[in-house]
Structure formats: structure tokens, C-alpha cells
Design a protein around this ligand. Structure first.
Ligand code: SF4
Length: 298
């Protein structure tokens, strides 16, 4: 058999890089940073070298952008789209030689009552969409923070709807989408969070490493037997700053139990004591971890 491409992901990623050059400014603070690791944000803003994006991540972002365009087109067709990919010009400045906060909301749509609602689109792993529906169905806290900030800093406030929305789309298209509508967080809460980052930027010290430990991801369900959990500090998995000496940057666990029993993925061996303690505390079930369980599907 002859393979046309040795690495089709890389071939596609090259085309994406050309079509959509990366113009993200690492020296700004972005609204999405408000829920990120403060250490990561400060290191990046100070000019830390960054690992390049992997081809698979470039492709994932490209698919996500495509999903965004589909939503905008659908809203436009219905005559509801007021604006999309809108920059927020009134976000606060920072000073100390750093550029200010920046952000760009996904869309504003006109509701049947004439009011304008700010919304954000998130494309998710199919499993997450399903877990979220099975669970409490709430939007993720970081997305609540993000879209609430857009709401407070959108300069054109006439006829602005008091609610905001986050729509979750299955990146793979297997599950129905999951829309959520909620009240924005108070501005004071958002400003406090912004002030934390601004203080770190004017300090000589770096923010601490993210903590270790296992925490809830989704609730245990006695009927489906589903439980999902991961380490605090899960952001280390996606972190691209090169000069943070945190072993969790390279060791990530994505672990969950399903009807068919316990599966521990990849790096569970690094954290097995934490996981076993966690499972015992939450389920009162005695688990034994054996090396064969570290592999997906074992
Ligand atoms: S490796 Fe983890 S602790 Fe270090 S900067 Fe990145 S996210 Fe933060």
C-alpha cells in the first residue's frame, strides 16, 4: 500500500497556517486569560518562549472556526446577526509597559423582542457534551467569566439583553448542540480577577505553580456508573510556556470509570495515590490500580 502523506495532520496544518496566520498578541492580557493559570499568563506577557502549536491543535482550532462561521451564517440568514467577531475597545489599560486587556466577542444577535444578546460559541469534545448533559448542564465557569466580561465591556449598551448565552457545539457533530443562557457575573467580581493579574504583572515574583491533587469533574451517577475527574492544574497539559519547571506540564491524567470498570489513561501512575484516595473518599469503593490499567482501553 502506498501512503500519499506521511503525516496528513501536518500537511493540513501547513495549509491552515498559510490561510489563517496566527496574529494573537502574547504581550496583551486577553479576556480568556481571566480563568487561566496566572503564572502562565504572566510568563507569557513577560515574553517567555512558547512551544509552537502542534499540528493536531491547529487543525482542531480550524474546525472550531468553521463551526463558528456556520453559526454566523445561520444567524445572518435569519436576519438575527447584529455583529460577529467584534473587538471590545473599552477594556481597561494596564500600564507598567504592558498592553491592556483585549477581547473579541463571538456574536451579538437580535432577539424576537428587539433586544440584543451577546453570545459565545464553544466547540467541545463529543464526550464532554454528553457528560455535561448527563450532569448539571451548566456552562463551564471559565466561559461564564468570559462572556460576562464581554457583556460588561460592550460599549454599545442600548437594548442590550440582560442575559448572555454560551452555545456548546460538538466538534465532531455526533451530538446535538447544548445552548445555555444565564445572567452575567457582577462587574466587581471580574474587576477583582483582573486586578489579581495586574498586581502579578507589577510584582517581582511569579505566581505559584498550579496545585496538584484530584478533584471532581462530574458527579458520580449510581445508574450509569459514570464518574469523571482530573487533576487540579489541568491547564498544565495545554500550557505552552517553556520556562515553567512543572512536571504536570508533561504528565496529564484523563481518567474516568464507566460501566465497564476503571480505566486509567497514560500518566495515572504519577498520581495513583491521589486517585485511589479520591475514589475511596467519593465512592467508598476500594480500587486497586494495576499497571495494565494505565493504557487506554486496557
Ligand atoms: S506549567 Fe502549569 S503551573 Fe506552569 S505556567 Fe503552565 S499552567 Fe501554570
Amino acid at each position: 500500500m502506498t501512503f500519499l502523506f506521511e503525516d496528513i495532520d501536518a500537511v493540513i496544518a501547513d495549509e491552515v497556517r498559510e490561510r489563517r496566520p496566527d496574529n494573537w498578541d502574547p504581550t496583551c492580557l486577553h479576556v480568556t486569560d481571566l480563568s487561566a493559570c496566572p503564572r502562565q499568563v504572566v510568563l507569557r506577557a513577560q515574553g517567555s518562549p512558547m512551544r509552537p502549536l502542534a499540528a493536531k491543535d491547529i487543525n482542531m482550532f480550524d474546525l472550531a472556526n468553521y463551526q463558528h462561521e456556520r453559526v454566523y451564517a445561520a444567524l445572518r440568514r435569519r436576519g438575527e446577526l447584529v455583529g460577529c467577531e467584534e473587538e471590545l475597545p473599552d477594556l481597561p489599560a494596564i500600564g507598567n509597559g504592558f498592553r491592556g486587556w483585549t477581547g473579541r466577542l463571538d456574536y451579538i444577535r437580535r432577539l424576537p423582542n428587539g433586544q440584543m444578546r451577546i453570545g459565545d460559541i464553544k466547540t467541545s469534545h463529543p464526550n464532554w457534551i454528553q457528560y455535561n448533559k448527563d450532569g448539571n448542564g451548566y456552562p463551564k465557569p471559565e466561559h461564564v467569566m468570559q462572556v460576562s466580561t464581554y457583556w460588561h465591556y460592550w460599549h454599545y449598551r442600548d437594548d442590550l439583553d440582560p442575559m448572555v448565552e454560551v452555545v456548546y457545539l460538538d466538534r465532531g457533530g455526533q451530538n446535538p448542540s447544548h445552548p445555555t443562557v444565564f445572567e452575567p457575573l457582577p462587574l466587581g467580581y471580574i474587576r477583582e480577577r483582573m486586578a489579581e493579574y495586574e498586581e502579578w504583572l507589577s510584582s517581582d515574583e511569579l505566581p505559584p505553580l498550579l496545585p496538584s491533587g484530584v478533584k471532581w469533574g462530574q458527579k458520580w451517577s449510581p445508574t450509569t456508573g459514570k464518574i469523571m475527574f482530573g487533576p487540579e492544574g489541568w491547564q498544565c497539559r495545554y500550557c505552552r510556556v517553556e520556562n515553567c519547571p512543572n512536571e504536570r506540564q508533561d504528565h496529564w491524567i484523563a481518567t474516568y470509570t464507566k460501566k465497564r470498570g476503571l480505566e486509567l489513561y497514560d500518566m495515572a501512575r504519577h498520581f495513583e495515590r491521589e486517585i485511589v484516595d479520591f475514589l475511596w473518599a467519593e465512592t467508598k469503593t476500594q480500587f486497586t490500580i494495576t499497571p495494565g490499567m494505565y493504557k487506554k482501553g486496557a
